[in-house]
Ligand binder design. Sequence first.
Ligand code: EPU
Length: 422
Amino acid sequence: MDILRITGGSRLHGEISISGAKNAALPILCAGLLTADTVTLTNVPELNDIATTLKLLGQMGVRCTRETDGTVHITANDVSTLEAPYELVKTMRASILVLGPLLARFGQARVSLPGGCAIGQRPVDQHIHGLAALGADISIEHGFVVARAQRLKGAVIRTDMVTVTGTENLLMAAVLAEGQTILENAAREPEVVDLAELLIKMGAQIQGHGTDRIVIEGVKSLHGATHRVIPDRIEAGSFLCAVGAAGGDITLRKVAPDTMGATLSKLQEAGLTLTCGPDWIRASMTQRPKPVDFRTHEYPGFATDMQAQLMALNALADGTSVIAETIFENRYMHVQELLRLGARIDIDGHTAVVRGVTKLSGATVMATDLRASASLVIAGLAAEGQTIVERIYHLDRGYERMEHKLRQLGANIERISSKDLS
Ligand code: EPU
């Protein structure tokens, strides 16, 4: 297992490009199952979760080719297996995103139930209820969701809570259903909008994406299309937290500031000076961070995927902040590790109270999930001395060459491969 070795204290300066959004690319790759034609995607990030998705599609008989520039071609004209096995689903919950498209196009699917997760229970009951409302016959057999339907039929579906991949699964199912489907309480995340934009290019009839009421008129079939994946707003936000913690002046290119919801205003509250153009953000930080209270919320509220990173900034702030995590019940795994770096944080239920310290001190810490890893890297950049981040396979699931980009900004960070460690 690789580790990251960070020597804190370097201010960040320079420019980097933001990669395509992981959480947009994952459903979009699965949407390739909805047609026999080729779907061509550009700006697909090179990440472990993307490799897992391509492997999953490949096992089904989908032809997937990846070019070095981030272009991926998906052709699902000879699908042989309508199944997502446990071995892949357990490593990546987003594999559930094949359920809607398989059922809609082929009338059946067998997808392993994801099982446990580090950040919360994360059931998929809303995906299942929604597909049942579209007329699917669904059962749980031997750990698999087994779904069948002749042709799905449009329905009005109101999910109990806002669910991002739930909305995406139901959207991909409804585009090929007979008649009209209305998704109420739908997720408004930019990644849902990006998926809808691709589906429209493929011939789907969708209105209202980006609002909480999406209206879909089912069509008989979809065709091929070409689509560029939106920039990763969480990666962008993570680099902004990094400059917030380490200080300096950086510019992010190939980014979409208008998709970043509450992240930018919270970072300004923390003391960053931000200037934005249509596809760039310049951020400078010349002071100790100010404490920022926040609650995680569905888009356009403050993203749960940014909670750990902004907490790292708060750990260094000049004062106390209160954080409420409202989306996942166990998303404070990074706190115990931040404490090892000298942070002062108390957890009570879903609330964290962070008392800012003047200095963090480097230590060996362990990444527990993707965003927790990013938070530890950010803290390490600001900490005195050396920080070792272990288990960075979590980081590799969702950040494209993070240490390269940080080095480009002047950070003292290196990956040490497991073979050099032994
Ligand atoms: N929920 C249910 N039942 C369901 C679906 C969701 O109870 O059937 C609950 C969840 O347990 C959670 C809440 O609803 O408490 C919201 O979960 P949601 O379904 O929106 O999460 P997700 O779709 O599984 C996506 C992202 C996550 C991100 C969340 C919230 C992808 C592939 N994943 O997950 O990203 O945190 O939305 O914005 O899009 C990450 O990138 O690090 C990550 C975890």
